[in-house]
Design a protein. Structure first.
Length: 150
């Protein structure tokens, strides 16, 4: 894991349309790629294209979504981009009753005091995503826009 002292840049979130008034809401699922056991996780991407790639698995659920431009300011961020194990398919492992191997990375980042963790897209490694552990590091910087699901 490569520590980065600060991060101050735009990120994009694709969120349910019903949540546009609260764009920094953490994930509702009890477990995700980088959260479990009641941990807070706000998932975003470093590009609008990355946000669309990240949500693909969940399209078809009938949820209308909006793309929200945000700004992430973190004093301490961990970076596991380029680490294939951090971007692996984790859902089947958790459904089988085992802990996700990806949690090792986020647990270590949290323990080191990181406010967020950068990671590579599994399907498009040239794209990057971020999971934010402290939603106060995020602020909306533009109006939500429609998302057509592509």
């Amino acid at each position: 894991m490569n520590p980065v002292s600060t991060f101050d840049a735009p990120v994009w979130r694709l969120i349910p349309a019903q949540d546009v008034d609260h764009p920094a809401l953490p994930a509702r699922a009890p477990a995700g790629r980088f959260h479990h056991s009641g941990q807070i996780a706000v998932y975003a991407s470093l590009s609008a294209d990355g946000a669309a790639v990240a949500i693909r698995r969940y399209l078809g659920d009938g949820v209308a979504r909006r793309l929200v431009p945000m700004w992430l300011t973190a004093k301490c961020i961990a970076d596991v981009r380029g680490t294939a194990e951090a971007s692996m398919v984790w859902q089947d492992i958790v459904e089988g009753g085992a802990p996700s191997p990806t949690w090792v990375y986020s647990d270590a980042a949290r323990a080191a005091g990181a406010e967020a963790l950068l990671y590579s897209s599994r399907s498009r490694p040239e794209l990057s995503h971020v999971v934010v552990f402290d939603p106060r590091c995020l602020r909306q910087v533009g109006p939500p826009s429609a998302f057509n699901g592509t």
